[in-house]
Write a protein that binds this ligand. Structure first.
Ligand code: UD1
Ligand code: CA
Length: 450
């Protein structure tokens, strides 16, 4: 693909979404629309991908750090968007560009490769799909087999352009850069939208006698655009079904599959078990033999082989070791790392905290900025007081230490290996290995006054 670059048009506002968020940042299965498109392109183009941003460009750029952006300061139409990107594409030394609408989230690597093969040496090529209702799509106008042009829905006049056929423009194009350079300055905005349409390049190229190819892709829904909340919901549901069916076919055990949501980049190994409703997003990984019960939500988290997430767990950037037992009602925040066969029970929150193999925190605790040694036992109601209002501090708990219930560990503090902390303590100084620390008011028993 060395002479072809990919360009994603993502500068539009998405008026029909009625949202302050740029349309390409609306999510399907937890991933922005633009992320889905980039994911499909990345497999084919590696680094040679540019994105045109415009409406709330800073927000779009911030959501995709490390990507190459081109600004379209005013959104004057899709043709103008390509025009804005030409200098960057030329500087990169490519001779053709694959242009993709950023609102086509079901695009796949396969579709991209097939389109490129079929477009091969055309001067201008575009993909078309056939729909029962052409809706708001640009209509493909042909004379016999030969493409004459693409006419936008608003501008379409059957008296002039002939009866609507249902063949519409999918919004993917392969265009020679020199052709784009020559023809784009000639397109006009004298149309119902007052915009410069990329689609006008097609008719201009035909008039020039160039090789123009309209590549028919049947009813392929993966090429449909998303313009409204209804379309977003429908596409998301269709993507969800496709992913869940794929997992079932691969050997993942799924109960209530209609309620299971797994993001495209998440990996669930065959032999894992999921119970709906549950949501597994981002780069999460669920290993063979692991079970995720109902009402769990995972973002970018990894569940080791044979580990069990009981109902109502919320995980973000967490790692759960093999055979660990989590929940119900556990919250694992970024940097939570649970060792092999460790236990985290109900109403326990971990953040940047490592729980060693076999360690247990079974009830009602907050463990933040902490390391907890293998086999340690954290009693109910233990709190690491890691924040003094300005800075965060670390708590270290040694192997096989025992923290009595309702203990406050005021960080920075270290409880040694095999040490014991009496229930109800407020620990402000280190407890040496194998010693007992106790820090609470001594009990007095007095005669009862009546
Ligand atoms: C576009 C096509 C239409 C096609 C449909 C397929 C044009 C004129 N029409 O229509 O033929 O059937 O896609 O889904 O291209 N964008 C910019 N800068 C702009 C305007 C838009 O970057 O100035 C981006 C948008 O963010 C979006 C994409 O281009 O990702 C397409 O724009 P959109 O307004 O959704 O075009 P459609 O009306 O759907
Ligand atoms: Ca669109």
């Amino acid at each position: 693909m060395s002479d072809i670059a990919a360009l994603v048009l993502a500068a539009g506002k998405g008026t029909r979404m009625h949202s302050d968020k740029p349309k390409v940042l609306q999510t399907l299965l937890g991933e922005p629309m633009l992320g889905h498109v980039l994911y499909a392109l990345e497999a084919v183009f590696a680094e040679a991908i540019w994105i045109v941003a415009g409406h709330r460009a800073e927000m779009v750029e911030a959501a995709f750090p490390g990507r190459q952006f081109v600004r379209q300061e005013q959104q004057l139409g899709t043709g103008h968007a390509l025009m804005s990107a030409l200098p960057a594409l030329q500087a990169a030394g490519c001779s053709r560009v694959l242009v993709v609408n950023g609102d086509t989230p079901l695009l796949s690597e396969d579709v991209v490769r097939t389109f490129l093969d079929r477009a091969a040496n055309a001067d201008v090529a575009f993909a078309s799909i056939t729909l029962p209702d052409a809706g708001a799509y640009g209509r493909v106008v042909r004379e016999g087999e030969a493409v004459r042009g693409i006419v936008e829905a608003k501008d379409y006049d059957p008296a002039v352009h002939g009866p609507v056929t249902g063949e519409v423009n999918a919004g993917i194009y392969l265009i020679r850069l020199d052709v784009a350079q020559e023809l784009l300055p000639r397109i006009s905005n004298q149309n119902k939208s007052g915009e410069y349409y990329i689609t006008d390049v097609v008719a201009l190229a035909v008039q020039q006698g160039l090789e123009v190819r309209g590549i028919t892709c049947g009813q392929d829904e993966s090429l449909m655009g998303v313009n409204s909340p209804q379309e977003l919901a429908a596409m998301e549901e269709s993507l969800r079904t496709r992913i869940v069916q794929g997992l079932l076919a691969a050997g993942v055990m799924i109960h209530a599959p209609q309620l299971v949501r797994v993001a495209p980049r998440a990996v669930v190994e065959p032999g894992a078990e999921l119970t709906g409703p549950c949501e597994i997003y981002g780069n999460s990984h669920v290993a063979r033999g692991a079970a995720v019960a109902s009402h769990c939500v995972l973002y970018d988290s990894s569940i080791g082989a044979g580990a069990q997430l009981r109902s109502f767990c919320h995980l973000e950037g967490a790692t759960v070791g093999q055979g660990a037992l989590v929940g119900p009602f556990a919250r694992l925040r970024p940097g939570a790392e649970l060792g092999e066969a460790s236990h985290v029970g109900n109403f326990v929150e971990l953040k940047k905290a490592r729980l060693g193999p076999g360690a247990k925190a079974n009830h009602l605790s907050y463990l933040g900025d902490a390391s907890i040694g293998a086999g340690a036992n954290i009693g109910a109601g233990t709190i690491t007081c890691n924040y003094d209002g300005r800075h965060k501090y670390q708590t270290h708990i040694g192997e096989k230490a025992f923290i009595g219930s309702n203990t406050a560990l005021v960080a920075p503090v270290r409880v040694g290996e095999g040490a014991l902390v009496g229930a109800g303590s407020v620990i402000t100084r280190d407890v040496p290995d194998n010693e007992m620390g106790i820090a609470r008011g001594r009990q007095k028993n007095l005669p009862r006054k009546r």
